[in-house]
Unconditional design. Sequence first.
Length: 398
Amino acid sequence: MSLTVSIDVETSTPASIGWYEPSKQDPVGLRASEVKGLWRWWSRVCIAGAMYDLGLLRGKPVEGNLIGPDKAEIKAVSYLVGKILGLGYAGEEGSEASRFTIHISASEARLRKIKLKALANLLQRPRLLTIKQDIEGIDRGSRFTIVVRRRVPKYPDAEELALKILYLAIQLSGLGKGSRRGMGSLDVISISGITLSYSGLRELLDEVYSGCIKIVENYKSTCLKYLSPGQQLGIPPMPVLSKNKYQGNVNVAQVYIIENVRFEDIHNFFLRSQRCRVLYNKSDCQDDLRKNLAAWVLGLPREQRGTGYSIATRGVSRRASPILISYHSKRNSLGPGAFVSVFLSGDWPKVLEWRGAGSSSRKIVVDPQVLVNAYITAINELSKYLGSLGTSLRPVWP
């Protein structure tokens, strides 16, 4: 029996989706492939979180990074996401196309292109995007309809869970370049074809988490043949939606809501000059992330004019920020505010290099304690930054 779910969304922040270059314009703007990629990423995070909390995801030291999932664990996550949830699979059991198709249409009256260069003085990411060329994006207030069709049912409970994860992904992530910093956030205006009504974000997270625990428990016998015993390393080897605490006091996953904050202010937290202006009323300062040489935890590489943080481990070129931001208006089905997700995981380069002005430099060897300290410093800095703006981080989950 086929199933069709229609999700009406509206961009709540400017987006660099769809029009990367004038020669590659997309007539719709929001691409189905981008939605599918976001959906798969969050599905892996959710399923891996259940595996981690059930003791089925331990990771191992890997070349270049501190730790990462081993081949057996990657196979198990891929099997559960691809074959059970139905998002498509290619593995030892043979390939299987996704049981879902995605089609996107735009409301032409509300779809507005913008030149990102016009935002460069307000937002850090457009400033970086437009250094070499004038790039177009989508203005806030643009309307789209995302239609998801299940072609054929196979595991109905798992497929319903997959749709809930898609809803969660849209709530906690933006789309396109700068999405981890809130660009391309989408307000969910309405949903038809399936009942997804929640009193708040916490209720949705609890339901997705418990659903993933059930899926892993129900199908772990199928995946156990992939998994090999090994030493529990503590920090998860990849981002996971987990209720566990590392060392008993550090949340492996944490979701916050920030109320009464401008998008520009939360987006630009990742820029040191902006943090300095807010915290110390000047553009250059020794904030805690700088004093502790911990700003690398906001994403790598972080270099400018030959200074900053670079990866000194061969075979690793970048590492995205573990802090994800989405930004929603009052029109959003789960309410307004900046939604902030933080994931502690060990998939970081083992060795970094910091270069200051002149010839000063320092090697940073990343071990579990260095990693945890950097995370704590970043969250504390964000909390102080928001306090200076008259608002705060409100923990929502777990």
